[in-house]
Design a protein around this ligand. Structure first.
Ligand code: HEM
Length: 277
């Protein structure tokens, strides 16, 4: 009989006394100790892990989006393309994750729904920050965070800054004429479609080789919104499958609210201009 394989003989480090290990580096004790189901329902852990992993991916998305926005204000914008592509892939990942949650039936969910109280993804500060950073701003959405000055401060500070799309417009304005009011708009409001801005983007789309960087930037933004829309759609479909037309734990009409959110356009000009080409 051959001896059991011992990776130590191939050089694998086996002793971590006084050395940083995998568990140490990743802070896994804190991460894996952060799941606290409030019921004995089997599926509550799935529900918690699904939300927590989504929040971790959102954390990375914010890291990339903040860096992408800063890059758009710098000399060389191409590094932002990679960051934006990564955010699209993060949303793709989150979209696939719904398949796991869909294994939870309405009967499973009702075994622990009461324990959630009034908590809901509607109160996800990171989700709201992503929306605000991209440009979908609404001061009413800050209110659920009033009890947490740190989170509220972050969202309010975000509303003061130019959105990612504002930065794209400033970049566009360096090369083609963009209406002044679009550049000095009220940053606390969501982006509205603007004929003049669409005409500016149309110039780029009619001659991609001349304006390649702006063309690629616009397409990266459209790609990102495309995946974001799919997330919204998968969410509302999963929600309807699990709770039907019941009200949400966060107090909204539930599916009716989420269907309304499907109409949100993050970068309306980039969608509207396509009709004109
Ligand atoms: C069975 C699972 C789920 C159900 C039944 C559900 C239900 C709902 C409902 C009804 C709302 C509307 C607000 C309310 O009144 O509560 C909502 C919003 C939201 N949920 Fe979920 N959800 C589920 C899973 C998830 C997951 C896994 C995430 C990932 C983080 C998530 C993130 C969000 C976010 C960000 C919002 C706010 C959307 C917006 O304001 O546009 N949800 N959810």
């Amino acid at each position: 009989m051959t001896d059991a394989y011992d990776p130590a003989k191939d050089g694998a480090q086996m002793s971590f006394d006084g050395r940083m290990s995998y568990t140490d580096y990743l802070g896994l004790d804190a991460v894996l100790d952060a799941q606290h189901p409030l019921s004995s329902a089997h599926d509550e852990l799935l529900f918690i892990v699904q939300h927590q992993t989504s929040e971790l991916w959102m954390r990375l998305a914010l890291h990339e989006l903040h860096a992408a926005r800063a890059t758009l204000s710098g000399a060389e914008i191409r590094p932002a393309f990679k960051m934006l592509a990564r955010v699209s892939r993060i949303f793709e990942q989150l979209n696939s994750a719904w398949d796991v949650l869909r294994t939870m039936t309405p009967s499973d969910y009702t075994t622990f729904r009461e324990t959630l109280g009034q908590s809901s993804g509607f109160q996800s500060a990171q989700y709201r920050e992503i929306e605000f950073l991209l440009g979908n701003r609404n001061s009413a959405m800050v209110k659920p965070h009033a009890h947490r000055p740190d989170l509220m401060g972050r969202l309010e500070a975000e509303m003061e800054k130019p959105s990612l799309y504002d930065c794209a417009l400033m970049r566009l304005a360096q090369v083609v004429a963009v209406p002044e009011d679009a550049l000095s708009r009220d940053r606390t409001k969501p982006h509205q479609p603007d004929e003049g801005v669409q005409a500016a983007w149309a110039e780029v789309y009619r001659d991609p080789s001349r304006y390649w960087d702006l063309y690629e930037l616009a397409e990266k933004l459209v790609d990102l919104e495309d995946y974001f829309r799919r997330w919204r759609f998968n969410h509302v479909t999963t929600v309807e499958r699990v709770i039907g037309l019941k009200r949400g734990t966060g107090g909204t009409g539930g599916v009716s609210y989420l269907k309304r959110m499907l109409e949100v356009e993050l970068f309306p000009d980039l969608w509207h201009l396509r009709t004109k080409l």
